[in-house]
Design a protein around this ligand. Structure first.
Ligand code: NAD
Ligand code: IPM
Ligand code: MN
Length: 356
């Protein structure tokens, strides 16, 4: 008998606490050999006892779990956002989850705000560097509170960090097909090297070097401003995009818009061979939290990504097929045109996955 995979589940804050239980319900319905353990890290715990990450928390995650499922962190009662920073960015940095994989797939034409765009036209993936860049939060302020105040925010790019994420993108392109079964063929590196010459120069040099090792894959480049325009004008042209931490963050909210909004987008924070972390792209969405209106599909598709990552492809395929059917039949929340609540969508997808 296969040994059950161990998942740590951190619903977090806001709508994370609504969508994650639905994703876990669907996971159970899939019959995947998985044991889940819920952890209460988040704003409630922080407000109650001051803990963001318990002592030994990151090592415990790496030691005891095969993968981590996360909702979202962010709560208006914690205006500094300190817990979100320590938990979420803490996991990405301390577990060294250097590739943030954010697939962008349109499941049904009705979900896309662009006219004449069909599912086959939007099937690309953004590979976002996840451990460096401006997210390192290196910098400082000088003469704070005076009219001469200076704020410095450093953009850290290491050769090792840039190289491994670019290589990951080329390997991903080779190993993954599109939804229709056709092969992936292009990696596009996106930067702003025309203005940010030091960091951009490193990305350019490393990209040239690594792309030379993959002659069968087409290597392309775009500046981030032009890419944003192209993503809206003609998303068909994209296949695999690799970029830095901040550009990847911004462009994946834009890309989520092509898929039907933040409620539809899934992601994985990956270090091959190590305990990796999976989360929907959206945040805790305080204005809609607690109302049973949040779309759980991003979280449910995130579970499918986790299963695929751990080699449980059959269960993952069942979940993806059920989500697709729910979208087609409009068994969805209001943000994507349906009339169901969060729980009811989760229930519908779980029933379908269970074959009932
Ligand atoms: P957000 O993604 O939480 O939500 C923006 C808006 O998008 C929401 O108000 C809502 O209208 C819509 N939306 C998002 N997810 C949805 C869903 N599942 N179903 C339906 N509609 C959905 O972004 P924000 O408002 O900028 O951030 C809110 C908080 O979340 C902040 O504290 C932010 O730092 C945090 N955040 C956390 C994560 C994370 O933990 N991974 C990610 C993004 C933002
Ligand atoms: C995301 C979020 C985070 C990020 C925030 C909450 C720090 O927006 O996962 O996309 O910027 O990476
Ligand atoms: Mn984001």
């Amino acid at each position: 008998m296969t040994q059950a995979k161990k998942f740590a589940v951190l619903p977090g804050d806001g709508i994370g606490r609504e969508v994650i239980p639905q994703a876990v319900k669907v996971l159970a319905a899939s019959g995947a050999p998985v044991e889940t353990t819920e952890l209460d890290w988040g704003a409630n715990r922080y407000l109650a006892d001051g803990t963001t990450v318990p002592a030994d928390g990151f090592s415990m995650l790496a030691r005891e779990f095969d993968a981590i499922l996360v909702g979202a962190f962010g709560d208006p009662r914690v205006p500094t956002n300190i817990h979100a920073k320590e938990i979420l960015l803490g996991m990405r940095f301390r577990l060294d989850l250097y590739a943030n994989v954010r697939p962008v797939r349109l499941l049904d034409a009705s979900l896309c705000p662009l006219k004449g765009v069909e599912p086959k036209d939007v099937d690309f993936v953004v590979i976002r560097e996840n451990t460096e860049g401006v997210y390192v939060d290196a910098g400082g302020v000088f003469k704070q509170g005076t009219e001469d105040e200076v704020a410095v925010q450093e953009d850290i790019n290491t050769r090792k960090g840039v190289e491994r994420v670019i290589r990951y993108a080329f390997d991903y392109c080779q190993k993954h097909t599109k939804l229709d079964g056709s092969r992936r063929a292009k990696v596009l590196m996106c930067d702003k090297s025309n203005a940010m010459s030091y960091a951009g120069g490193l990305w350019q040099r490393v990209y040239k070097e690594i792309s030379g090792e993959y002659p069968q894959t087409k290597a392309e480049h775009m500046y981030v401003d032009a890419l944003c325009m192209q993503m809206v004008r003609d998303p068909r042209q994209f296949d695999v995009i690799v970029t830095n931490n901040m550009f990847g963050d911004i462009m994946t909210d834009l890309a989520a818009g092509l898929q039907g909004g933040l409620g539809m987008a899934a992601s994985g924070n990956i270090h091959p061979g190590r305990t990796s972390m999976f989360e929907p792209v959206h945040g805790s969405a305080p204005p809609i939290a607690g109302k049973n209106v949040a779309n759980p599909m991003g979280a449910i598709l995130t579970v499918a990504m986790m299963l695929n990552h751990l080699g449980l492809a059959e269960e993952a395929a069942k979940i993806e097929a059920a989500v697709l059917e729910a979208v087609r039949q409009k068994k969805t929340t209001q943000d994507v045109g349906g009339a169901l609540g969060t729980k009811e969508v989760g229930e519908w997808v779980a029933q379908r996955v269970a074959g009932k």
